[in-house]
Design a protein around this ligand. Structure first.
Ligand code: TRP
Length: 446
């Protein structure tokens, strides 16, 4: 575990590492389709409010636990709880987090597989001259082929777990940090192009003019879940990063910077995608295929579109890869903490996630009608319950641990924002983040 004692070279490197975990499918794929299903602007408004009121403060709580504990989630929580004279059962929060990321990675890997398929298809020029209807039909046919979905899911999971097993995630992060700005510029260009289309003004109204009757307890619950999901908060997956922070770095500043980057990536993707949706007369609530159908259409209208579409999917895949590594790492660390060798732990996690992912892959064909709970099939369940329920629940406990249980001095030092910064953070977490998460969870569940 000597590696955990190493520090990031600079403050910037720390922010970029967290961004690698945060920016992924959540921003470019999940945000547009969940917003599309939940009233657009009403969803966006509440989600941004939740990022500010819950996401950022709880992200700070999660990272500061790692910064103070300097170990994997189980040990960090165990040591800090013992030190505070609290129950050592707080450790099991680490296990709950591992279970949450297990469910999430199982569908995340399948959807990342779609990006691999689309990358190959765009390199092969399969979208050249295709109409919107053809692209839509092609995607439906793809979803109906479990063999293809499983092949790509296997490939993606293999890519992810090899990096985890070799422990070279930092190398990949460095690459990602180089390429993430490129992804950002590409999205900027795409949003710029969207501004020239006839769907643009409708898209802006849809995204930024909330109609308040669209706000229901379910919309609020989805918005909260997405705030946690997109920031990678609530599953103890960011704890390890705290251990690498430079001594003098301020956590609030870093968390805020990550959140701004994360939201702006989602907004750019949303503007581009919904402009196509409205220009083509498509349905914003069309579901998980939204990005995969709209962006090939958008790019095909641009000069050199096929080339840029390939570049886009390549960059997306890379952003997704670093997120998936962040999802896998805490599971491996937890098994290691229970005494397994790293290679063994990685193999067990890889196999279990792969098997679980098969259920998601089959949810678009053979198992589409297999709806064990709430009339939802497995893909619909694992892509909604863990983000919407488990992450807020985990976040609630993480926040409680940091703001109520840990010794104040410890927290203040790990936060790196002085005494007034600490008191502000603690008041927000104690009196806003924790009660709000609790109320929204309760409201959504009832
Ligand atoms: N935030 C990532 C995305 O938007 C997904 C993710 C990575 C995540 N690590 C996580 C979600 C930990 C929850 C917990 O794509």
């Amino acid at each position: 575990m000597s590696e955990t004692l190493e520090r990031w070279g600079s403050k910037r490197a720390f922010i970029l590492a967290i961004s690698g975990a945060a920016v992924g499918l959540g921003n470019i794929w999940r945000f547009p389709y969940v917003a599309g299903e939940n009233g657009g602007a009403a969803f966006l408004l509440i989600y941004v409010a939740f990022v500010l009121l819950l996401g950022i403060p709880v992200m700070m709580a999660e990272i500061l636990i790692g910064r103070a504990g300097r170990r994997g989630p189980l040990q960090a929580l165990g040591t800090l709880a013992a030190e505070a004279g609290a129950s050592k059962h707080w450790r099991w929060l680490g296990l709950f987090g591992a279970f949450t990321v297990f469910c999430i990675l199982s569908f995340y890997s399948v959807v990342s597989g779609w990006s691999i398929e689309f990358l190959v298809a765009s390199i092969n020029g399969q979208f050249n001259g295709a109409t919107a209807a053809e692209i839509g039909a092609g995607f439906d046919a793809f979803l109906a082929s479990p063999g293809l979905l499983i092949f790509n899911h296997s490939l993606f999971l293999f890519m992810t777990m090899t990096v985890v097993a070799a422990g070279v995630a930092k190398g990949l992060e460095r690459l990602n940090n180089l390429l993430m700005p490129l992804l950002y510029v590409l999205l900027l260009l795409l949003a710029g192009y969207a501004a020239t289309t006839e769907g643009f003004s409708t898209a802006l109204m849809w995204l930024f003019l909330p109609s308040f009757e669209a706000i229901t307890p379910t919309v609020v619950l989805h918005a909260m879940g997405h705030a946690f999901f997109t920031l990678a908060v609530g599953a103890c997956a960011l704890m390890a990063y705290g251990a690498y922070m430079p001594e003098e770095q301020s956590l609030p500043k870093a968390a805020f910077a990550v959140a701004v980057l994360d939201i702006s990536v989602a907004l750019l993707a949303g503007i581009a995608i919904f402009s196509v949706v409205f220009a083509q007369g498509m349905d914003p609530a069309e579901g998980p295929g939204l990005m995969f159908v709209t962006l090939p259409i958008a790019f095909s209208e641009l000069p050199g579109g096929a080339f840029w579409l390939s570049v886009f999917f390549l960059l997306l895949l890379l952003a997704t890869w670093t997120s998936a590594i962040n999802l896998a790492e805490p599971m491996v660390a937890t098994l290691q903490g229970l005494g397994l060798r790293r290679s063994m732990a990685t193999a067990i996690i890889a196999l279990s996630v792969w098997l679980m992912g098969l259920l998601s892959a089959f949810s678009f064909s053979t198992l589409a009608e297999f709806q064990p709970l709430f009339g939802r099939n497995i893909f619909e369940l694992v892509s909604s319950i863990p983000p919407d329920i488990f992450l807020p629940l985990g976040g609630l406990m993480i926040a409680t641990f940091a703001a109520w249980i840990m010794p104040q001095k410890r927290v203040m030092k790990a936060l790196g924002a002085g005494e007034s910064g600490y008191l502000l953070w603690r008041n927000i977490v104690r009196w806003v983040s924790i009660p709000l998460t609790f109320i929204v969870l309760l409201g959504g569940l009832l």
